[in-house]
Design a protein. Structure first.
Length: 118
């Protein structure tokens, strides 16, 4: 099993920045990839950004390209999401997820709220 705990959410004005963290514990050696998802008010959950656990391969949703940066620190078993130039439409509960293979995302965190005021 792998446990994921997010932190770093909060309230920020439009144009501001936040950095989210996702700390993994447990059988982290089994992880193949991790990602950030978000779910805004009245919206479905959507993919934000993903990263391979053992390679610098990343992927972003078009809506965040050029503004958000995903990274990881394997020594700390932690993934990050640097969010710059935040917009009110980025307001959402952000969750991290992790997968061990071809079966999708096996583990999910509880989420952290990001609110961007205009």
């Amino acid at each position: 099993q792998v446990q994921l705990v997010e932190s770093g959410g909060g309230l920020v004005q439009a144009g501001g920045s936040l950095r989210l963290s996702c700390a993994a514990s447990g059988r982290t050696y089994s992880l193949a990839f991790m990602a950030w998802f978000r779910q805004g008010p009245g919206k479905e959950r959507e993919f934000v950004a993903g990263i391979r656990w053992s390679a610098d391969i990343t992927r972003y949703a078009d809506s965040v390209k050029g503004r958000f940066t995903i990274s990881r620190d394997n020594a700390k078993n932690t993934m990050y999401l640097q969010m710059n130039s935040l917009k009110p439409e980025d307001t959402a509960a952000y969750s991290c997820a992790a997968g061990v293979g071809s079966t999708g995302y096996n583990y999910w965190g509880q989420g952290t709220q990001v609110t961007v005021s205009s």
